[in-house]
Design a protein around this ligand. Structure first.
Ligand SMILES: NC(=O)c1ccc[n+]([C@@H]2O[C@H](COP(=O)([O-])OP(=O)(O)OC[C@H]3O[C@@H](n4cnc5c(N)ncnc54)[C@H](O)[C@@H]3O)[C@@H](O)[C@H]2O)c1
Length: 267
């Protein structure tokens, strides 16, 4: 997409962190915004930070892990603004650190529900209508560097983010073969300074410190904006993780057994 002013962007998880920064970045381009989050107060806080024209922001309290929630966000977007050009399926949660066999069914449901089903419901609610409108557009799914490499103790998060990357790549292929005007990006950051630890019950303290010293959300939002403008699929924001991703791929092709990068269960 080359022009942004007056077009419509939808951001889920817009009440905090990366989603709030995406809303701010798109508002700075003069876009109309549909901002969704499960936390209504957080959404209002986000709206108060925006430099948007009067009437350009619609807030929707919705749970993206449900088909009904995603559908309601889409209905609000078309009712209010008549279309959607950028869809950021960004809402996500993490989890406590524990071995695979100790992660509870509730944790698996919550993490896969938001991080994977949130993308599935988002694409099902928006993409057919975007295709029918026939405009150019872009879908950005927030995955993670945890979708490109794995490790011990947070298997629900790794599994959800690997699924998010695969889902997003498949969406890219399907839209290409359908000769649509819709482009796709997979956002794969490592640590970003957000409130994900507060929103994820049992989030390990050791990881919290890495999030708190992570990249600024505004820098991630700038990279997303550039990827949409330049039609780039991969958005890998933390180059210090490149060697780990490369080592994993090379080890796989060489038939080597994976080795962990941490050895103790996080507190
Ligand atoms: N912070 C990091 O280090 C990091 C790294 C890689 C990827 N990510 C990913 O970035 C995305 C955004 O996370 P963040 O770090 O900004 O966290 P955050 O907790 O600051 O923001 C996430 C927002 O999503 C909302 N949300 C949670 N569940 C929801 C649901 N079911 N429906 C609607 N909204 C919901 C929360 O209320 C919150 O406002 C997530 O997908 C996360 O996995 C974060």
């Amino acid at each position: 997409m080359k022009t942004f002013a007056d077009k419509v962007a939808v951001v889920t998880g817009a009440g905090s962190g990366i989603g709030r920064a995406l809303a701010q970045r798109f508002a700075a381009e003069g876009m109309r915004l549909v901002l969704a989050d499960i936390d209504g107060e957080a959404l209002i806080e986000t709206s108060e930070t925006l430099s948007a024209e009067w009437g350009y922001v619609r807030l929707v309290v919705a749970d993206v892990s449900t088909a009904e929630g995603a559908q309601r966000i889409a209905d609000e977007a078309w009712d209010r603004f008549g279309g959607v050009h950028i869809l950021c399926n960004n809402a996500g949660v993490a989890c406590a650190g524990a071995p695979v066999w100790e992660q509870t069914p509730e944790t698996w449901s919550r993490v896969l529900g938001v991080n994977l089903w949130g993308l599935i419901h988002g694409v099902r609610a928006f993409v057919p209508r975007m295709l029918a409108d026939g405009d150019e557009g872009h879908i950005v799914n927030t995955a993670s560097a945890a979708g490109l490499r794995t490790g011990p103790f947070v298997s629900p998060y790794y599994a959800s983010k690997h699924a998010a990357v695969a889902f997003t790549e498949a969406l890219h292929f399907d839209l290409l073969l359908a000769e649509s005007k819709l482009k796709v990006s997979a956002l794969c950051p490592a640590f970003v300074k957000t409130r994900i630890a507060d929103h994820s019950p049992g989030f390990p303290d050791a990881m919290r410190a890495r999030v708190e010293s992570g990249m600024e959300p505004a820098d991630i939002a700038q990279r997303v904006f550039e990827a949409v403008r330049d039609e780039k699929f991969w958005i890998l924001t933390h180059s210090e993780f490149d060697s780990l991703i490369r080592a994993r791929c090379e080890g796989m092709l060489a038939g080597e057994n994976p080795v962990p990068h941490v050895f103790r269960r996080p507190e």
